[in-house]
Design a protein. Structure first.
Length: 173
């Protein structure tokens, strides 16, 4: 995604702008991901290692335009990673048929705002612009609440990942 491309969404609480994070925003992306990882850890549902979200680790993917940052009223509110291929989880995918979303995270102050759904809508809109037939993601099969969020957003169960207990989901575009 080009740095200048942005998605604007209007929700009851105002306008949300989503665009690729700049290198200068790498620390913001890292902070949002660490906040989400810490919250999940505190609730006894660890998903990510917060140490994986050091700015130096994220910088190559941010530079490549893979992290999109959501701003609500100009303030950083959420983030997700967008990729055009995911051979680890989707090894049999046809090239170009799908885009893949990972690490959807929002700041705790936006919990309950449906911001995660807006992030997924932005990822789907971007995938449509790129001519993809699907937007895909994966999640641990032991997380029914997370799976329910994806299903409410229109994602359909696709398959299980053999190497670990993950479900693959896809959204037809």
């Amino acid at each position: 995604m080009k740095q200048s491309e942005a998605f604007l969404f209007t929700v009851a609480q105002g306008e949300i702008e989503i665009q690729p994070a700049s290198l200068a925003e790498t620390a913001i992306v890292a902070a949002i991901l660490r906040e989400a990882a810490g919250w999940l850890e505190q609730r006894g549902m660890p998903l990510w290692q917060a140490s994986a979200f050091e700015p130096d680790h994220l910088m190559p993917d941010v530079a490549d335009g893979q992290y999109l940052l959501a701003r609500w009223y100009g303030l950083p509110a959420g983030v997700f990673k967008y990729q055009r291929e995911d051979p680890l989880i989707w090894p049999d995918a046809l090239p170009g048929e799908a885009a893949y979303v990972h690490r959807v995270a929002i700041r705790r102050s936006y919990a309950g705002s449906e911001l995660s759904a807006v992030l997924l809508q932005a990822a789907a809109a971007h995938a449509r612009r790129e001519g993809c037939r699907y937007l895909r993601l994966d999640c641990e099969s032991s997380r029914p609440r997370l799976r329910a969020i994806y299903e409410r957003c229109g994602f359909l169960y696709h398959s299980d990942y053999i190497a670990c207990p993950y479900h693959g989901y896809q959204l037809p575009l």
